[in-house]
Design a binder for this molecule. Structure first.
Ligand code: SF4
Length: 364
């Protein structure tokens, strides 16, 4: 990466970063796994006209810090839990389907950098084969459509996916993981969508949308309207946020985000510890700071608003981060684990200053 003013070679391009405009080569972008830069007009307007631009720009605008952030491209063992292209089965009850590699805008902290915005062969399920697998696993009660963002697909395509899933009797819910309500709320004006949710209900299943609001400044009036309208159609809402340095690492902001979610009928569900992702680990905050923030959020919310868990989505399972004890140990509990016997078990590790991930804490 250079700030040269010489004529550009064919593989070079100017790229705008938070820190300024630099010349980068295609190879540099590829080697460093720099996610493509694309932001919807609605989201751009939302963040530039509100009072949080300095924080929210970090969600979607590239930073030179991405070149220096070490980490892995598969922090949660997605590859090892892939049972066929596009289908992951890590936890007994849940099948995770990668239905697209595209999103409406691209988050700089995304843990699926290896897939999103690219032509990935990880997001190409053969739905007939997927349905056969799920049909043969009666322990699977819910399917999560993810990617990428399932709502970049047309409603016709989503209906085609449902053609395969809805006949499976043991499926109780169809879940959509999406940031589209923040990025492009007008996607939910599609007049064909109510019938899609109606189909899910008529098949005796629950339609769940997991929104992805990281910051109260992302919840536009339009987003709020769409959530209320979809709730009136019987869709249940949960929200997941990622704890992000310089974006929302502030108990005041996160408490306001969760209170707003609660107010519009979206249940705060997960606050994720940011993962050590290559190109995105600069978003991580230490476990000590994360626990301070979590405590601060809980002090600001009423009992019915504090429905979230502070979670590390680790290779070994989903770990709830509980506290840093007086004995200087970090206390945690498996919220999800492949081994059912471990679910709910509290365990601890010696604390290490600046640790951000389970692997930073020694065993013993
Ligand atoms: S919307 Fe989700 S999948 Fe897409 S870039 Fe953002 S975090 Fe990643």
């Amino acid at each position: 990466m250079t700030s040269t003013v010489n004529p550009l070679h064919s593989t070079e391009q100017f790229m705008k970063f938070i820190e300024g405009t630099f010349v980068v080569t295609n190879d540099e972008l590829k080697v460093n796994n720099i996610t493509r830069h694309h932001v919807t007009r609605a989201y751009h307007e939302q963040i530039t006209t509100g009072s949080y631009y300095d924080q929210l720009k970090r969600i979607v605008e590239p930073s030179v810090e991405e070149f220096e952030s070490p980490g892995s491209l598969d922090t949660s063992g997605e590859y090892d839990n892939t049972v066929m292209p596009g289908l992951q089965h890590k936890y007994a009850q849940t099948a995770l389907l990668l239905v697209t590699d595209r999103c409406a805008s691209y988050c700089r902290y995304c843990f699926r950098k290896r897939i999103v915005g690219k032509d990935s062969d990880e997001a190409a399920p053969d739905f007939a084969q997927v349905a056969r697998y799920i049909g043969g696993h009666i322990e699977i009660t819910n399917v999560l459509l993810s990617g990428g963002d399932p709502f970049v697909l047309s409603t016709i395509k989503l209906n085609r996916i449902l053609d395969y899933l809805l006949p499976i009797r043991h499926l109780e819910s169809i879940r959509f993981g999406t940031k589209m309500i923040a990025f492009a709320p007008n996607r939910f004006e599609d007049s064909a969508l109510p019938a899609l949710f109606q189909r899910i209900h008529e098949a005796g299943k629950t339609a769940v949308i997991v929104t992805h609001f990281d910051h109260v400044g992302e919840i536009s009036i339009d987003a709020e309207r769409k959530v209320r309208s979809l709730r009136a159609q019987g869709v249940q809402f949960l929200n997941q946020s990622v704890l992000l340095a310089k974006v929302n690492d502030d108990p005041e902001i996160l408490a306001a985000t969760f209170a707003k979610c609660h107010q519009i009928g979206v249940r705060p569900y997960y606050l994720f510890q940011a993962r050590p992702v290559k190109g995105a680990s600069h978003f991580q905050v230490s476990l000590r700071r994360g626990l301070e923030i979590t405590r601060g959020i809980n002090q600001r919310l009423s009992g019915i608003q504090k429905t979230f868990k502070y979670i590390m989505s680790h290779y070994t399972g989903k770990i709830e981060i509980l506290d840093l004890g007086d004995d200087d140990r970090v206390y945690m509990r498996y919220h999800q684990n492949k081994a059912l016997g471990k679910v709910g078990k509290i365990f601890s590790r010696p604390h290490v200053e600046a640790a951000c991930w389970l692997d930073d804490l020694p065993e013993g």
